[in-house]
Design a protein around this ligand. Structure first.
Ligand SMILES: Cc1cc2nc3c(=O)[nH]c(=O)nc-3n(C[C@H](O)[C@H](O)[C@H](O)COP(=O)(O)OP(=O)(O)OC[C@H]3O[C@@H](n4cnc5c(N)ncnc54)[C@H](O)[C@@H]3O)c2cc1C
Length: 435
């Protein structure tokens, strides 16, 4: 089969094994060769790519639910979308949700994903009670914060490199409504956007969409969105049917002029005056997953595909570092189409989880000549400012940038060595990063 991540770059020929039972998986692991789990392929780059992949999507049952504690145990191939559709009408929701619901539970754990509420709720692993992991020899180990702690810390954020997550028990948060009360504010520049994040830390959710092409006094102008769960409006609200991008667009349609025009329109449309839109009710799906409304939007980037450069910088270095990154990017004229800025709360103890306390910026670029040299220059700014890049979005990070950004990488590598994981579980990404 032809396989890619969400960015549709790179493409590889891969042999797929469908996970249906632990027994079948054990037999597959006995065969020679290494492999990696591929969930929904929602990671942008090469972290779920190998010449042999374990396809987990059909391993997707809900096993039990404790309504007093709000704890659900499921097989790891269930999607976030299915979980929400089953539990939202009952008044429950995962506490940390990324910008798409089209990911598996296993993928959410392996990337230790974060949402617009990281400053309050932390990463996905914060809600995790325990998980079952299959190791290279086929043995299944249960891990949690106390039981097999080392393996738990390595698996949450460990990008599938510690074994196959079979099941997980997750604590959900109670909610009263399927609606979000949203406030939209337009900020004139980056400094103002940072101030808005700081002033609005009481809001459960916050995110800013940045126009990365604006310059001078308007550098970093953005549309800033705040959200809190509504108390009314009901719990039964199905997701809207997405519009599909019917074919892969010619890559040339996405150029400096079309991007600049899009950003201008987006900024104007989202707030015609600088007065804030306050407290309007928005369906939860539209607030959390706006991109899912355009299915296969990755096709807009044409055949070469796209990558997302997703970085985090510590709080004190945030303004200087992100200003430098936006300036360099705008000067290079290679995009991006989207710039999304968020505030992170404190990081956790997991070996390779991405968040650290500070500001995070995600930039989407079409794969094109000159892009990777630009990203090498951005790497230098990120490292100089004490930051790191997100493994779930990466497709080209050099080894030294990974090692500097993730100081606990050696603990991770030692555990891989100790448990014989390097012989069995590898992705194109882990080989590139030497982990
Ligand atoms: C539109 C869009 C928006 C996004 N927004 C955000 C965001 O706001 N915040 C955020 O944190 N992320 C975000 N992401 C990234 C996405 O949440 C992660 O990449 C997630 O890991 C994808 O899950 P998946 O099931 O598609 O996994 P895949 O992409 O298939 O795999 C990702 C990694 O998880 C591993 N894995 C998957 N299942 C298992 C398993 N059962 N056992 C062991 N390892 C496993 C894979 O080996 C791989 O290393 C976004 C992605 C998209 C496409």
């Amino acid at each position: 089969m032809n396989l890619t991540g969400w960015g549709r770059y790179p493409r590889i020929q891969s042999q797929g094994f469908f996970l249906k039972t632990p027994e079948g998986l054990r037999d597959f692991l006995r065969e020679p060769g290494d492999c990696i789990v591929h969930g929904m392929g929602g990671s942008y780059g090469d972290s779920a790519l190998n010449a042999r992949v374990i396809l987990s999507r059909r391993y997707n049952k809900i096993l039990n639910f404790d309504p007093r504690a709000g704890v659900v145990r499921c097989q790891a191939g269930i999607t976030l979308s299915d979980l929400i559709q089953v539990f939202l009408p009952r008044g429950w929701l995962p506490a940390a949700m990324p910008g798409t619901r089209l990911i598996t539970l296993g993928g959410a754990i392996a990337a230790d994903v974060h949402g617009k509420n990281h400053h309050q709720a932390g990463c996905f692993s914060e809600g995790l009670i325990s998980l079952e992991l299959m190791l290279p020899g086929g043995q299944v180990v249960e891990c949690g914060r106390e039981l097999n702690r080392e393996l738990f810390l390595a698996t949450c954020g460990g990008m599938g490199l510690t074994g196959i997550i079979l099941t997980a028990a997750l604590r959900l948060q109670p909610v009263k409504s399927a609606w979000i009360r949203e406030t939209v504010i337009r900020s004139q520049n980056l400094k103002e956007a940072f101030l808005l994040f700081d002033e609005n830390q009481d809001a459960a959710y916050s995110v800013a969409w940045i126009d990365c092409l604006a310059k001078g006094d308007s550098l970093g102008r953005s549309v800033f969105r705040l959200g809190d769960h509504a108390d009314s409006g009901g719990l039964d609200l199905p997701f809207r049917k997405p519009v599909r991008v019917p074919f892969t667009f010619p890559g040339f349609l996405l150029n400096r002029h079309s991007i600049s025009w899009f950003n201008h329109l987006f900024y104007k449309k989202n707030n015609k005056s600088s007065a804030p839109v306050e407290d309007r009710p928005v369906p939860l799906g539209d607030f959390f997953f706006p991109l899912d409304r355009l299915a296969n939007w990755n096709r807009l980037y044409g055949r070469p595909g796209l990558t997302q450069y997703h970085l985090v910088l510590p709080k004190e270095a945030g303004l200087a570092g992100i200003t430098a990154i936006i300036k360099k990017t705008a000067a290079a004229g290679l995009g991006p189409f989207l710039g999304v800025l968020k505030l992170f709360g404190p990081g956790n103890d997991n070996y390779l989880s991405f968040p650290l306390e500070g500001y995070t910026l995600a930039l989407d670029f079409k794969i094109q000549t000159g892009l990777f040299s630009l990203l090498d220059e951005l790497d230098r700014i990120v490292i100089e400012h004490g930051g790191r890049l997100y493994l779930a979005k990466d497709v080209r990070m050099p080894r030294e940038v990974f090692q500097k950004g993730y100081p606990r990488w050696e603990l991770f590598a030692e555990l891989r060595e100790k448990l014989g994981l390097r012989q069995k579980f590898n992705s194109l990404q882990s080989t590139r990063l030497g982990v």
